[in-house]
Write a protein that binds this ligand. Structure first.
Ligand code: HEC
Ligand code: HEC
Length: 239
């Protein structure tokens, strides 16, 4: 934490506090609607916290989630997201956002929208607790960037880039990219092809369910080479 630029702490705390209280007022330019219907107030936080991983395990098999995201949350394909060790609040928010058609309209999200629309909020909380009960996925070795390209993005992780007003990734995502209990996902061990795709969707605005545009503002100023190198770095991260 001491290597992380403290100047960004205020910004981040502002993000947490405001998303808890005013989340539903977050604007989205394209359709003049909110980015997410989730507001992290106390009843919402307690509801997700009470999710039951034992019931979640059953849902994972019965609703076929396991066929893509794996029996224990390790994705079966390179370009599908792994869920193992993901923070429950984040998983829950994604399911709500898919259900409400807030996340993105893409070929791959259509299926998730249909599935989420069949789930109760209790089932969403249960499966979120189930995935959160596993350790983060093991490192993989994708080939999206050279060693030199990965070295070039290292400062973005802990220092950010003042010139582009970029806060350091790990300030929000956690020192070991393990995520944050409020609503920030773990990135360590995430499938690189999925990471790359979702960052490009934040960059071009296709994915717009991030409250207060916290990820769109960041992805917007990253180059595609940087995104590829970041995808590689997080996939290779040892947990
Ligand atoms: C046929 C494969 C498939 C099945 C079955 C499936 N998913 Fe997905 N899931 C995906 C893909 C692909 C994405 C990425 C979609 C996108 O681009 O928005 C995804 C995204 C997600 C995300 C967001 C992940 C993130 O890191 O943002 C969650 C949460 C999720 N799925 C949960 C589930 C649950 C719960 C089930 C069962 C009810 C399920 N999925 C069934 C393929 C699948
Ligand atoms: C100000 C806090 C903050 C900073 C700094 C930040 N992120 Fe995020 N990030 C978030 C939040 C919040 C989300 C979840 C948004 C949502 O609800 O869709 C997120 C989501 C993501 C996702 C999507 C994960 C998934 O499973 O779909 C990726 C990838 C990501 N961030 C990468 C990065 C990278 C790389 C950096 C640094 C260049 C970074 N983030 C910096 C707050 C931040």
């Amino acid at each position: 934490m001491n290597r992380i630029n403290k100047a960004f702490v205020g910004l981040v705390l502002f993000g947490f506090a405001s998303s808890a209280v005013f989340a539903s007022e977050s604007p989205v330019k394209e359709n003049n609607s909110v980015s997410s219907n989730i507001a992290w107030d106390m009843p919402q936080i307690l509801f997700v916290r009470k999710g039951d991983p034992v019931r979640g395990k059953k849902i994972n098999t019965e609703m076929m989630c396991a066929s893509c995201h794996g029996k224990e949350g390790i994705a079966e394909a390179r370009n599908w997201p792994s869920m193992a060790g993901q923070k429950a609040n984040y998983t829950y928010k994604m399911l709500i956002d898919y259900r409400d058609e807030k996340r993105a309209k893409t070929a791959t999200s259509t299926l998730m929208v249909r599935l989420a629309q069949k789930m109760t909020e209790q089932e969403m909380a249960d499966i979120s607790a189930y995935y959160a009960s596993f350790p983060l996925p093991p490192a993989t070795r994708p080939k999206l960037a050279t060693k030199a390209q990965v070295e070039k993005i290292l400062p973005l992780l802990t220092k950010g880039d003042g010139k582009r007003l970029l806060p350091p990734c790990l300030l929000c995502h956690g020192t070991n990219a393990e995520g944050n209990d409020r609503d920030i996902p773990a990135l360590a061990g995430q499938r690189a092809a999925y990471f790359q795709k979702t960052m490009k969707e934040y960059k071009n605005g296709t994915r717009h369910n991030d409250i207060y545009s916290r990820m769109r503002f960041i992805a917007e100023v990253l180059t595609d080479d940087e995104i590829n190198a970041l995808a590689q770095y997080f996939a290779e991260m040892k947990n």
